[in-house]
Design a protein around this ligand. Structure first.
Ligand code: DI6
Ligand code: FE
Length: 429
């Protein structure tokens, strides 16, 4: 493994939305562009104003960008910065006691029906301020950054009431000012019915459609709208109402679909032109065909599958055959996926769901960018896209999927600025 030399100067200090404006040429990189694979003979990449200005040979780029700082990557593997496209990372409280109940034989559904689950996190979330919510999320965010993540989706959904939902979305936006990464926010509108809500779940859906969604849209705090379509949550009809309103307000939609039962959520998501349908353990052939027709991305969440000890894996073979793009995300949440590692999610997707290592890499880059509607800007190394890179201390791309806990990141680059990997080794013996 290479050691850094004096040609690599100290990483630029950046916080939040700063971008590197000084041109940089990264040389001696093994580029995994995620568009055409490694480009033969092209081992250099130029970043200008935070964007990829050119990909080519070292002499050519040095000639084209004579004032650029040269950064010798000494043969390291370079991928697009990773994208975690489904998280519930902003929340209060702790649900470890629920794990003990589940280990003693209770099911996730029965704990939820008894007032635990999402409702217990909602109560703990409501007690925190915006800055406390952001602070509580930061250790989890830092763990994802140490995995090479440069774009993160953050859902609300533990607020339930409008005021707390807005607070969670503000906390999510604040995180983007505290750490160098891009954040996409999602209003998880229909997650669980607040206790004693007048009119029950239909009354709550009515409230979401008539009051909450317009207020969220007006706030500009949400990039998309999500819902939880499940027997313990909301029906297909209720979700359809929420999505119709969201789309009328020009907010893209996505759905927690068919995780615990076949609610035909994937078909609903496709029918509504959703960016993604997520989970999909129980999705049937009709749902897959509908997703393929609509171009809806399948977001696989193997952390939740693992933590819930589910038996039925998503229909990966059929999704693959139908040409549905498959993304992988951490689903970082306190109830079903208390996991702050996207590399671990890739490993689980390979081991538990049978994805190839190439599919795993596409799942956290290109397909994840598509699931967030940001593929034109991120998800692959192409001229014009944001210069978001993950630079790795590994020989083979497959090594990123193969091991657990090995911390292979050398450095992240976000919008052209080099950032140290939190806590990671920068050299080897
Ligand atoms: N996403 C969710 O919203 C639910 N499951 C999932 O994967 C519930 C999360 C929770 O129990 O807090
Ligand atoms: Fe989720």
């Amino acid at each position: 493994m290479p050691t850094p030399t004096s040609t690599s100067s100290a990483p630029t200090a950046v916080a939040g939305a700063a971008v590197a404006s000084a041109p940089v040429v990264f040389t001696r990189a093994r580029l995994l562009t995620m568009c055409t694979g490694a480009i033969e003979g092209h081992d250099s990449i130029a970043a200008v104003d935070g964007r990829i200005a050119a990909i080519g040979g070292p002499a050519e780029l040095r000639h084209r960008f004579p004032d650029a700082e040269l950064v010798d990557l000494e043969g390291r593997l370079v991928t697009p910065g990773l994208i975690d496209c489904h998280t519930h990372i902003v929340y209060g409280g702790d649900r470890s006691a629920e794990m003990e109940r589940r280990l003693a034989g209770e099911s996730y559904e029965s704990i939820a029906r008894a007032g635990g689950g999402i409702l217990s996190t909602a109560a703990a979330t409501a007690r925190l301020t915006e800055s406390e919510l952001a602070a509580a999320a930061l250790p989890r965010i830092d763990a994802l950054l140490a995995d090479g993540v440069t774009t993160l989706e953050i859902k609300s959904g533990y607020g339930l009431e409008l005021e707390v939902e807005l607070r969670c979305l503000r906390a999510a936006r604040r995180i983007a000012t505290l750490r160098p990464l891009s954040v996409s926010t999602t209003y998880l509108a229909a997650h669980v019915v607040p206790p004693q809500f007048p009119g029950g779940s239909d009354g709550y859906v009515e409230q979401i459609c008539s009051h909450y969604l317009p207020a969220i849209a007006a706030s500009g705090l949400a990039d998309a709208v999500d819902a939880y379509c499940e027997t313990i949550a909301f029906s297909v009809d209720q979700v359809a109402r929420v999505f119709e309103r969201a789309r009328a307000l020009r907010l893209p939609v996505k759905l927690h679909a068919d995780q615990l039962s076949n609610m035909h959520g994937a078909a609903l998501a496709a029918r509504c032109g959703a960016l993604s349908a997520d989970h999909l353990e129980f999705t049937d052939a009709d749902g897959i065909a509908a997703m393929a027709r609509a171009g809806t991305v399948a977001v696989l969440l193997p952390g939740a599958f693992y933590f819930l000890r589910q038996q039925q894996a998503p229909p990966v073979r059929a999704l693959r055959q139908a040409g549905v793009p498959m993304a992988i995300a951490s689903d970082c949440n306190p109830g079903t996926s208390p996991m702050s590692s996207l590399l671990a999610a890739m490993n689980l997707a390979a081991v538990e769901f049978g994805l190839s290592t190439d599919e795993c890499l596409a799942g956290v880059t290109r397909a994840a960018a598509r699931a967030l509607g940001v593929l034109a800007d991120r998800g692959s190394l192409e001229v014009g896209k944001s210069c978001d890179l993950a630079i790795w201390n590994v020989e083979q791309p497959a090594a990123l999927v193969y091991s657990l806990g090995s911390r292979p990141l050398y450095q992240r680059v976000w919008r052209g600025a080099r950032l140290p990997a939190p806590g990671a080794a920068t050299c080897s013996i």
